[in-house]
Design a binder for this molecule. Structure first.
Ligand SMILES: [Zn+2]
Ligand SMILES: [Zn+2]
Length: 257
């Protein structure tokens, strides 16, 4: 079983998991890059997983379903390209012989879900859409900071070796912000150097891992004194409350260049 991030648009990745003569894709915002890969490798598309309703994650679904007959699985409570199998937190689905647990992760959108495969060969796999990014998290378009905090807490509790497959290559700009929050974080400095080298070679910085994100992602570190202290530079009255710290970080990041 092999994992491929197919670049799409400016900074999206359409994750493709390949096993034998079949593959699944996650959040295909456009069909062409997927169809080209399938033809080149003589592989059939078995399943499409969707994490949330945004067009850069769903725009290719109808064309791919029509061209391949793939089964489509997506969130229970979001507007989706019908027909599809709708799933919610606590349910499991099987694709390519692999069991995926569905995790509710509202915040970026109201009904955002993630797919977690605990038994994937090569280590657990997480497809988390626009909820968790390397060194960052999604914008709060439809949910609250409390929801995002709970969603990120759920993801952070997954095994450290879990490969984190985010839907965008935002890592370098997220690192810049993370370093403004935690200038003395040595793991973050190491990671910044590694990621700059990867991007200089036009290589993906992803997948990340849960263990790494716990060390370097300020949005998973809202209960660290250093992170709360940094948030207080934006709001001196801020209490040591992880949700309030996350809300402050998210607003700070929205205006950060
Ligand atoms: Zn989105
Ligand atoms: Zn997106």
């Amino acid at each position: 079983m092999t994992l491929h991030p197919l670049p799409a648009f400016d900074d999206n990745y359409i994750w493709l998991l390949h096993e034998g003569a079949r593959a699944l894709v996650v959040d295909p915002g456009e069909p062409e890059v997927v169809l080209n890969w399938l033809v080149q490798h003589n592989v059939a598309l078995d399943t499409i997983l969707i994490t949330h309703h945004h067009a850069d994650h769903t725009g290719g679904v109808a064309a791919l379903r029509q061209a391949t007959g793939a089964r489509v699985i997506g969130p229970a409570f979001e507007s989706m390209p019908e027909p599809l199998d709708r799933v919610g937190g606590g349910e499991s689905v099987t694709a390519l012989g692999l069991r995926f647990e569905v995790i509710d992760v509202p915040g970026h959108t109201a009904g955002h879900i993630a797919f977690f495969a605990p038994d994937a060969p090569g280590g657990p796999l997480l497809f988390c859409g626009d909820t968790l990014f390397s060194a960052g998290c999604g914008r709060l378009f439809e949910g609250t900071a409390a929801q995002m905090h709970e969603s990120l807490t759920r993801l952070a509790a997954l095994p450290g070796g879990t490969r984190v497959c985010c839907a965008h290559e935002y890592t370098l700009s997220n690192i810049k912000f993370a370093q403004a929050v935690e200038p003395d974080n040595a793991a973050l400095a190491d990671y910044a150097a590694r990621c700059m080298a990867l991007r200089a070679g036009n290589l993906p910085t992803l997948p990340s891992s849960i263990a790494l994100e716990r060390q370097i992602n300020p949005f998973l570190r809202t209960d660290e004194a250093s992170v709360a202290q940094a948030a207080r530079t934006q709001n001196p009255a801020l209490a040591d409350d992880p949700v309030a710290v996350l809300a402050t970080l998210r607003e700070w990041k929205n205006g950060f260049r």
